[in-house]
Design a protein around this ligand. Structure first.
Ligand SMILES: NC(=O)c1ccc[n+]([C@@H]2O[C@H](COP(=O)([O-])OP(=O)(O)OC[C@H]3O[C@@H](n4cnc5c(N)ncnc54)[C@H](OP(=O)(O)O)[C@@H]3O)[C@@H](O)[C@H]2O)c1
Length: 307
């Protein structure tokens, strides 16, 4: 079972991305997807990612309603995030305290397992942000804190600051990383994560849906993600989809499962974060859990996706 390095937090092989709840999946569909996810990953705890900003709190509310209705809080690893872009100083101490209380209320729980700084906030001293996070940990309201969308330099600065202050530091990085987006991570950012001995949770693991294979030249896809995902249509995208398709055929699994397995196998990655808007879409992701790629298959994907 994957474990966040340096913590006692065990998670599922796949982290389910909760930005669909209350957006592309209504509440009943979200409940059905969560039921299926929990059932599929058992006996692993179901690792679910959300944020105060998704649907303006609707995603957390739906997750909280579902955990309460099913009585399954103890079987879920709840990750959520503070730092809304519409705030002037999103990671000021007062903003963090307020955001955490509101998230706990929507999630209907007494603790957040992994609490992220969603975006870096260079207007607030790291000392203030990390101290505010530490107070939540000391109060038992948060188990671990993590960074999202931080640069290598700021991740290092955060580590040094936490050590200097003697407060809890970030135990993970959530960042944009997948077969189509490699260059931004596989350099100094990955080095910083490795040097700190922490783990990475990559988001947009399916390149906004592109790696499912449904975006092809001349085809229209009905999704709010279509504009972003269509940007990958082209020669390099074709090479990646061809390699994914061949490997998927050999293993008789859906293409997105292969894309997620490749990502899960990358150094420093703990578990990829991906979503589906229906039980059927989720079913195509789950086979990543048992899939074993050969070295030759991983190399074929490395080569096809080379930046
Ligand atoms: N920290 C951050 O700043 C940040 C930023 C972005 C995301 N995230 C997190 O990462 C998670 C994952 O990102 P994401 O969900 O936006 O992108 P993603 O995982 O790359 O793509 C998922 C989307 O692909 C489509 N899809 C999935 N399975 C499919 C299938 N079998 N067949 C056809 N289409 C399928 C669905 O969208 P459609 O049906 O709409 O096509 C689905 O919602 C989010 O939920 C969120 O928790 C974090």
């Amino acid at each position: 079972m994957p474990q966040l390095p340096g913590t006692d937090l065990a998670v599922s092989d796949l982290c389910f991305g909760g930005n669909v709840f209350g957006w592309t999946a209504d509440a009943p569909t979200s409940f059905a997807v969560l039921d299926r996810f929990l059932d599929a990953v058992e006996p692993q705890p179901a690792f679910v990612d959300t944020s105060e900003s998704y649907g303006n709190g609707a995603s957390e509310q739906i997750l909280g309603d579902w955990m309460a209705a099913r009585g399954v809080r103890d079987r879920i690893v709840v990750a959520t995030k503070a730092s809304r872009m519409d705030k002037e100083h999103p990671l000021a101490a007062g903003e963090i305290r307020t955001a955490a209380e509101q998230s706990l209320r929507r999630l209907q729980t007494d603790r957040i397992d992994l609490y992220y700084a969603h975006y870096d906030d260079e207007t607030t001293p790291l000392e203030e942000t990390l101290t505010a996070f530490d107070e939540l940990v000391q109060a038992g309201k948060v188990r671990y804190v993590a960074a999202s969308n931080y640069s290598a330099a700021r991740l290092t600065e955060a580590r040094e600051t936490a050590q200097r202050l003697g407060v809890t530091g970030y135990v993970a990085l959530q960042t944009h990383y997948n077969l189509m987006e490699r260059a931004g991570y596989e350099g100094e950012l990955r080095d910083a994560v490795r040097d700190q001995g922490i783990g990475t949770l990559p988001y947009f693991a399916l390149a906004k849906g592109f790696l499912t294979g449904k975006y092809r030249a001349g085809e229209q896809v009905d999704s709010p993600r279509a504009k972003g995902a269509s940007a990958y249509v082209g020669e390099r995208g074709d090479r990646v989809l061809t390699a994914l398709g061949e490997i998927a055929r050999v293993h008789q699994v859906p293409m997105p499962a292969v894309a997620l397995r490749w990502l899960a196998d990358q150094p420093t990655v703990v578990a990829p974060i991906a979503s589906g808007r229906s039980v059927e879409q989720l079913a195509d992701l789950l086979p990543m859990r048992d899939l074993v790629l050969t070295d030759a298959e991983r190399k074929a994907l490395d080569d096809a996706s080379a930046p």
